[in-house]
Design a protein around this ligand. Structure first.
Ligand SMILES: Nc1ncnc2c1ncn2[C@@H]1O[C@H](COP(=O)(O)OP(=O)(O)O)[C@@H](O)[C@H]1O
Ligand SMILES: [Mg+2]
Length: 222
């Protein structure tokens, strides 16, 4: 079996791509017992650095899954190389920078079965998300044409019970964009998440992440 390839991506920085990548990777590895690999394709290496900090705190204890930095231009080869070894490969995708390097990032999405797009309800993030959806829709059209699986799903992150949040959901639903019913609250328990212990191990984490995780598992057939 080849790995399911899921990227966490958006045009914009600061919307929670790295946070969500780690939350999902850790929960899939420790709660579902899946063989998971998280590929950090962002030059800022936030996920890799998070793991390094925790590794030092944990006296080098064995981590539940690897987090490795990969340059977007090598992602195709890296995925091919790893796909027989894992059940799930998650990719933390960098934001777009309006440079020619963006082509590499977009190419990375072409190889995914599923793209999870976190956004916040902030106007600037919604605008960037709309732009990004156009790119993802293009990929979807091509993959569908080639009879390849593909789905994408939005999730509102940093939910704070304001009208902006509900308006954002209604706006995307109105456009027919697939969006999770569950959202991720703006919470300390997610800041920053652990790459060793699932947020689902705490009562608050279960309450705040459980519904989203269940919906994610269902949508991705995991
Ligand atoms: N649900 C959340 N609750 C609280 N803080 C969050 C949440 N999601 C992200 N953050 C914080 O917002 C900032 C940006 O998140 P990050 O995951 O690094 O975004 P990206 O990878 O898209 O740039 C970080 O400081 C992170 O800790
Ligand atoms: Mg990031």
């Amino acid at each position: 079996m080849s790995a399911k390839i899921i990227s966490i991506a958006n045009r914009k920085g600061g919307v929670g791509k790295t946070t969500l990548s780690i939350l999902l990777a850790t929960a899939l590895a420790t709660k579902k017992g899946l063989k998971v690999c998280l590929l950090d394709t962002d030059s800022q290496k936030s996920a890799v650095n998070r793991r390094l900090i925790e590794q030092a705190q944990n006296d080098g204890a064995e981590a539940p899954y690897p987090i490795e930095h990969v340059y977007p231009k090598y992602l195709t080869m890296e995925l091919k190389h790893r796909s027989e070894e894992y059940d799930v490969i998650l990719i933390d995708v960098p934001r777009l920078t309006d440079s020619e390097k963006d082509t590499e990032v977009v190419t990375a999405i072409v190889h995914c079965d599923t793209v999870i797009i976190p956004t916040t309800a902030a106007e600037m993030d919604v605008v960037a998300t709309n732009d990004f959806i156009k790119i993802v829709e293009d990929v979807k059209e091509k993959r569908t044409e080639l009879d390849m699986e593909f789905s994408y799903h939005l999730v509102v992150n940093k939910w704070n019970n304001t009208k902006d949040c509900t308006n954002t959901v209604e706006y995307f639903q109105g456009k027919g964009v697939p969006i999770f019913d569950a959202h991720l609250n703006d919470l300390v328990v997610f800041r920053p998440p652990s790459t060793y212990t699932s947020v689902l191990d705490s009562k608050e984490g279960q309450r705040r992440f459980g519904a989203f995780f269940e919906e994610f598992l269902k949508e991705t057939n995991l």
